[in-house]
Ligand binder design. Structure first.
Ligand code: ATP
Ligand code: MG
Length: 762
């Protein structure tokens, strides 16, 4: 297999068959006899969906097919290539159009189709030199009955089977056939040949007995195994699947999901099953992954839009264990509409704010949801591009994983999902800026698509950073045109998933993740800058046909003179920012957003809300408060529940060890002699220690700390000594003195300052 990176891997999966686009009616109804709304083209074709799913799983794979010289080909071939499919054996025949299928759902769920497949380019599929070369590199061939559209294609497919078998490879076969096709000349013979030739047979329920003499399930299974087929997997849609080989019979239940579009479930199921088999996984694991793949496919509108990576399948299986239902409506727009109201309310002289929690720490998320629950507000939770992305970011989470992680905590604390607004920060090429711009932007497009698909509704588009060979910061026009490219992706996906995202544009100069200086020196953004940024974005977005989204661009990122260093905080000054905030008078319907408002005083936060910066982003100061509480609890545990095992380190020592072992998250941020560095590592306002709480050793240490204090009511005098901020409340009996509860409370104390600043001034 020749993979996207040019490497050659022995033995992948190959398939032969149709590449199409699908164009779907937007409303259910009967057929296509009047002018109706359509959406598409979506990449489609059973074989293409199948091989795309294999590619997403990172397994070497390729397809033998034929397309025309048109945009429908581009839509499909680019997607396949992007998802890791070898496209070298897709021939281009300029005298034919790429295949297409128009589909409309009837009110009862049946479908009407208008096909152009047989007489499209895909009807010209043959074993070209490139196809033969691909087959030689492959060790498994998958055949779809739906591809056997003509005697010539049947003959070519048979030749491919012979080749793969001679190479010692294996064959799988999914009849995937509509009843009408059975009557075509030579079809039944061809299907019977494929059945006899395959190792793994993957029929839909009704197809099991199509080619057998026996009409019972048991009889047909025995008959087919008797032909030398080594395994049969029967697909029963929402009823799950059944597996039979010579030794065992199993049932695989379906996962419970909201079915949005059934197309492609069987193809994804089959692709994942075959891939897992070739990876040598157990039958039960193959079936579980396959069922997850089929289930995810039906939650997405569009035939190939539901293909998934192993990380996505794992996340899905995990979320199912927690009882979440993917494909259930994303947070309702009414929750996110509060973002649009920020500017309106301010214009009406009644400003209010919203706390934006920028953290992936589970204690912080829990505290944020509990606080929002108490306050009766939505919970806005944001992730940045380096933290969460298609490669996992530094948290190891994709956008969907992050959503499920937040939803999981929401479920635990009884916070309604509809009131969670997820935000994506600095979405753009930043994580890949060491690559050439084109490659970095391609990654950014995938990232934006993933965030939108996962239901994120606050989208910050930031294309300000130069990529390989470019200046550090780009000119406004280039930034805007790259942002428009990402906005187009976001709007397309939003239309598919039925959401209306809100956008933030522009950037303050420092890179995401905080500044590097030890001493903050903060320059307030020049008031002209946001005016120019907005004017150029408006012009470029309009030129690119994105004018409609301008109404949902709600904020511009600026630096209002708010920053924290390691040991000091630059406080917001209304007076110093007056020229900047005055510029909002020329930007009706818009607000400004500061990159971070950590460690600001209650008065400064209230000023920010009033001055037109009502989105109060907070992150490091929340984990800072958490760390203070945990260290205090560790001191308390040392007094009242001393560790018996002398080998076990205290919490601060465990953290020190982790930070010394993996210094990459603090090294470039902290400077000084060893003693100064040690203090910074634990106590800096920059709170780089927050990156180390997810380390398994840290998680274990915190769990152990809670376990030691489990069921213990901490004596008041020790609260007074080590956690004085809670003393009054504990002494008054309004706050239970339990370890975990106090850790969460420490974070909520900070959040309460923000909540108070957000409430409209009386
Ligand atoms: P098609 O040819 O239309 O893609 P198929 O008949 O080949 O469909 P299905 O049985 O519809 O395949 O789907 C394959 C698998 O996907 C099922 O066995 C099941 O595990 C999963 N699946 C399909 N539909 C659903 C659903 N509504 N809910 C959950 N899982 C589903
Ligand atoms: Mg099928």
């Amino acid at each position: 297999m020749v993979m996207a990176d040019g490497k050659v891997t022995p033995g992948g999966i190959v398939t032969i068959g149709e590449i199409l686009v699908e164009i779907m009616a937007t409303e259910p109804g009967l057929g296509f006899r009047e002018a109706i709304g359509l959406v598409g083209p979506f990449p489609s074709g059973a074989t293409a969906i199948f091989i795309d799913q294999v590619g997403k799983l990172g397994f070497p794979c390729g397809i033998v097919s034929c397309v025309g010289e048109d945009d429908f080909a581009t839509v499909n071939v680019e997607r396949l290539a992007r998802d890791g499919v070898d496209v070298s054996a897709i021939a281009v025949d300029p005298s034919y159009a790429t295949g297409s299928a128009f589909v409309r759902y009837r009110p009862n769920g049946d479908r009407d189709f208008v096909y152009n497949i047989r007489h499209s380019a895909s009807g010209q599929t043959q074993l070209t030199e490139a196809a033969l070369a691909l087959l030689r590199r492959s060790s498994h061939l998958h055949i779809m009955g739906s591809s056997l559209a003509s005697p010539r294609i049947i003959a070519e497919t048979k030749a491919a089977i012979v080749m793969i078998k001679e190479q010692g490879g294996s064959i799988s076969f999914d009849p995937n056939i509509r009843k009408e096709m059975l009557g075509a000349p030579g079809m039944r013979e061809a299907l019977t040949y494929m059945l006899g030739a395959c190792d793994i047979f993957l029929p839909s329920g009704h197809e099991l007995t199509l080619l057998t003499e026996s009409k019972s399930e048991g009889g047909a299974v025995a008959e087919i195994l008797g032909l030398g087929v080594s395994a049969i997997v029967i697909k029963h849609g929402a009823e799950g699947a059944a597996y039979h080989d010579g030794r065992e019979h199993r049932r695989q239940p379906a996962f419970a999901v909201n079915e949005v579009d059934p197309t492609g479930a069987g193809d994804c199921f089959g692709a994942t099953f075959i891939t897992c088999r070739l990876q040598g996984r157990s039958v039960s694991e193959c079936l579980r992954y396959a069922a997850a793949s089929g289930a995810l496919a039906v939650t997405r509108k569009g035939p190939m839009e539901g293909t998934a990576t192993f990380a996505e399948l794992d996340g899905f299986i995990l979320s199912q264990r927690r009882g979440l239902v993917p494909g259930a409506p994303a947070p309702t727009p009414s929750g996110a509409d509060i973002l649009a109201e920020l500017a309106t309310a301010r214009a009406a002289g009644q400003p209010f704010g919203i706390t934006s929690v920028c953290s992936a720490n589970p204690f912080v998320i829990e505290a944020a949801l509990l606080q929002a629950k108490e306050d009766g507000t939505p919970a806005l939770i944001e992730a940045t591009c380096n933290q969460v992305n298609q490669h996992g970011g530094y948290t190891g989470m994709t956008a969907a994983d992050f959503r499920d992680f937040v939803f999981g905590i929401a479920q635990d604390v009884g916070f309604p999902r509809a009131r969670i607004i997820l935000g994506g920060d600095h979405l753009g090429p930043n994580p890949w800026k060491s690559l050439p711009a084109e490659e970095a932007m391609a990654e950014a497009e995938i990232m934006v698509e993933d965030f939108l698909r996962a239901g994120f509704l606050k989208i910050h588009l930031d294309c300000s950073m130069g990529c390989a060979g470019e200046p550090v910061a780009l000119a406004d026009a280039e930034v805007a045109s790259r942002a428009a490219r990402l906005a187009a992706v976001a709007e397309r996906v939003a239309a598919q998933v039925g959401t209306k995202p809100y956008y933030i544009i522009g950037t303050e100069v420092p890179a995401p993740g905080g500044t590097v200086e030890a001493v903050p020196e903060t320059e307030v953004t020049d008031p002209e800058a946001p005016l120019t940024t907005y004017a150029i974005h408006r012009q470029v977005f309009t030129e690119q046909g994105l004018g409609r989204m301008l109404g949902r661009v709600i904020a511009l990122v600026v630096q209002p003179g708010v920053e924290h260093g390691n040991e000091s905080v630059t406080r917001y000054s209304s007076a110093a920012a007056r020229a900047l905030t005055g510029a909002l008078a020329h930007l009706p319907g818009l607000i400004f957003e500061a990159h971070a408002t950590d460690y600001q005083t209650a008065e400064a936060l209230a000023d920010l809300v009033r001055d037109g910066l009502p989105i109060l982003k907070v992150g490091p100061s929340l984990t800072f408060a958490l760390r203070e509480a945990l260290y205090g609890l560790d001191e308390i545990a040392a007094v009242i529940a001393p560790e018996i095992d002398p080998e076990v380190l205290g919490l601060a020592e465990v953290m020190e060890q982790q930070m010394m072992l993996k210094p990459q998250y603090w090294r470039s941020h902290y400077h000084g002699n060893p003693a100064a560095l040690r203090i910074l590592r634990h106590y800096s306002y920059s709170d780089r220690i927050r990156y180390y709480w997810p380390e398994p050793e840290a998680v274990t240490a915190v769990d152990r700390l809670f376990a030691r204090l489990d069921g213990v009511t901490i004596p008041e005098p020790l609260i007074s000594q080590y956690l004085p901020r809670f003393y009054t409340r504990v002494a008054a009996g309004t706050l239970p003195a339990t370890a975990r509860g106090l850790a969460i409370e420490a974070v909520r104390d900070v959040l309460r300052i923000y909540a108070a600043a957000c409430r409209p001034a009386a």
